[in-house]
Design a protein around this ligand. Structure first.
Ligand SMILES: Cc1cc2nc3c(=O)[nH]c(=O)nc-3n(C[C@H](O)[C@H](O)[C@H](O)COP(=O)(O)OP(=O)(O)OC[C@H]3O[C@@H](n4cnc5c(N)ncnc54)[C@H](O)[C@@H]3O)c2cc1C
Ligand code: SF4
Length: 482
């Protein structure tokens, strides 16, 4: 373990941000990383618990967190970097984006503040890139097996990298113009600058992964063609069917899905679009985001940077408590009030609010008609009840629907392949193999909308299942250190 009883000596130190007034003027990342000495002190706080819940119950990737903390504390950064890559292909992405389920499960968080695990992860990998310890690892031997990965989000990229390193020929097909899935087109630059994705893709290309962008599989090329050319395919197409709000007035042209709005901004920022017709901007507008989650919060941060006059975020659930409630005890992810950096930049948040209908003028929405609601428990279920006399109106120039995603888009390729779906409408899979044995699936396509860490892990596990199926040698999961 690191430093005995260091958790009694050192307090957790949060990562500072560029001031809100400064950062809303650009789309760049805003974390101000800690110094290496401070990171070592933070790593020293790890108690090296007998049962590390951070690793076992928290992290979807099962990162070996206490070992990483010890290596950082002992200034053995290169070993830490190699060790981290044993479980996580893209720690530079989880180190920026993960909600840090590990920290909620850290034993210190029972009665103190948890170890700063996510930032330590970020520091290890950025150290690795700066020192050029993270290099391409092409496989020494080729198996001659060919695999097509459909979709280049974190699940597809992780699966492709694992399979290429195991010696297979891998081609990634992506319908968008550029690679990365939600990382590229959903998540704003201020949370993840896109050069971070490009840096990894360069490594993967040097490892032999072939990328084909602008190819919608199922439309531009058929499933039959893929079956002829490849030994198997892995579907990592995400879960992109958005949940809609079927209330009167939904049809106004300035009521948009959150992902369409965020994608337009990300493309604009990447200069893939010119600032002409079709670009959605919130400049000088009142923006109302319906949906209180992270996607909604990303819309708030984006609207603020575009120069919105005012932003609201509406949530139908009641305001969560400030401290861990009994229904999500340690080491579970607690249902508590969270304030994101985008909220800090300025936003009015309303809870327990239902939108009953929209009204407007000609084609454009002008008002939301809302009311307060309460939630009543009926056995195992909850029922929503409108509170009489609480109706109110919010004026809006743009309404963004950030109500989550239902399941994989199951027209097109999924239908063409005739795959069985689960009750939620995702691709049904057993050990990542779908109802068609040559078709594997991973990431949000199987789990429904989830997190980047879960998608990477799913891609890795699917790669192990594919490798085992192709080579029939009963391999353990593939693990290759950087
Ligand atoms: C706005 C937003 C913010 C988020 N923020 C966070 C966050 O901060 N932290 C976090 O952990 N998670 C976050 N998430 C969730 C996270 O991004 C997803 O869980 C993750 O990206 C899922 O990865 P995936 O590889 O399964 O799918 P995706 O990232 O959705 O990638 C699927 C890819 O498949 C491609 N595709 C689909 N069909 C075809 C086809 N027929 N042919 C070719 N290509 C196809 C798509 O174009 C896409 O590129 C966020 C999600 C959104 C929408
Ligand atoms: S991937 Fe997420 S849960 Fe796992 S160690 Fe990193 S921050 Fe923690």
């Amino acid at each position: 373990m690191g430093e005995l009883k260091a958790f009694l000596r050192y307090k957790r130190r949060e990562v500072a941000h560029r001031p809100a007034e400064e950062r809303i003027r650009d789309f760049a990342e805003f974390d101000l990383p800690l110094t290496p000495d401070e990171v070592r002190r933070q790593a020293a706080r790890c108690m090296d618990c007998g049962i590390p819940f951070c690793h076992g119950a928290g992290c979807p990737l099962k990162n070996s967190i206490p070992d990483l903390n010890e290596l950082v504390y002992k200034d053995r950064w290169q070993e830490a970097c190699a060790y981290l890559h044993l479980t996580n292909n893209f720690p530079e992405i989880t180190g920026r984006l993960c909600p840090a389920l590990c920290e909620a499960a850290c034993t210190l968080s029972v009665n103190d503040e948890p170890v700063l695990i996510r930032h330590i992860e970020y520091q290890i990998v950025e150290h690795g890139f700066a020192e050029e310890w993270i290099m391409p690892q092409p496989s020494a031997e080729k198996t001659g097996k060919r695999i097509a990965v459909v979709g280049s989000g974190p699940a597809g990229l992780a699966a492709a990298q694992q399979l290429a390193r195991a010696g297979h020929d891998v081609a990634v097909f992506e319908k968008d113009a550029r690679l990365g899935g939600m990382l590229r087109y959903g998540i704003p630059d201020f949370k993840l600058e896109k050069r971070i994705i490009d840096r990894r893709i360069e490594q993967m290309a040097a490892e032999g992964v072939k990328f084909q962008t602008g190819v919608n599989v199922g439309e531009d090329i058929s499933a039959r063609y893929l079956h002829k050319i490849f030994d198997c395919i892995c579907l990592t197409m995400g879960a992109r069917q958005p949940r809609d709000l079927a209330v009167p007035g939904r049809g106004y042209e300035n009521i948009l899905f959150a992902l369409d709005y965020l994608t337009a901004q990300n493309k604009l920022y990447a200069a893939a679009l010119t600032n002409g017709p079709g670009v959605i901007t919130a400049k000088d507008k009142v923006v109302v985001v319906i949906g209180g989650g992270d996607t909604g919060s990303d819309c708030i941060g984006t609207a603020r940077r575009q120069g919105a006059k005012k932003t609201y975020q509406l949530e139908i659930l009641p305001k969560p408590p400030e401290t861990r409630p009994p229904d999500t005890p340690w080491p579970m992810w607690p249902r508590i009030m969270r304030t994101s950096s985008s909220h800090e930049e300025g936003c009015e948040r309303l809870w327990g609010v239902m939108t009953k209908n929209f009204s407007g003028h000609e084609t454009r929405v002008g008002e939301l008609h809302c009311c307060q609601v309460e939630w009543i428990r009926m056995g195992d279920n909850w029922r929503i009840r409108e509170l009489p006399g609480t109706d109110f109106v919010i004026k809006a120039d743009i309404v963004l629907l950030a109500l989550g995603f239902l399941h994989v888009e199951n027209e097109g390729l999924v239908k063409q392949l005739g795959l069985k779906l689960d009750e939620q409408g995702n691709v049904a899979a057993r050990n990542f193999q779908s109802s068609e044995p040559w078709v594997f699936a991973a990431g949000d396509t199987v789990s429904g909308a989830s997190l980047v860490a879960s998608a990477i892990n799913s891609g890795r596990e699917a790669a192990a299942a594919i490798d085992q199926w192709l080579t029939k040698k009963g391999n353990p999961p593939i693990c290759v250190a950087d």
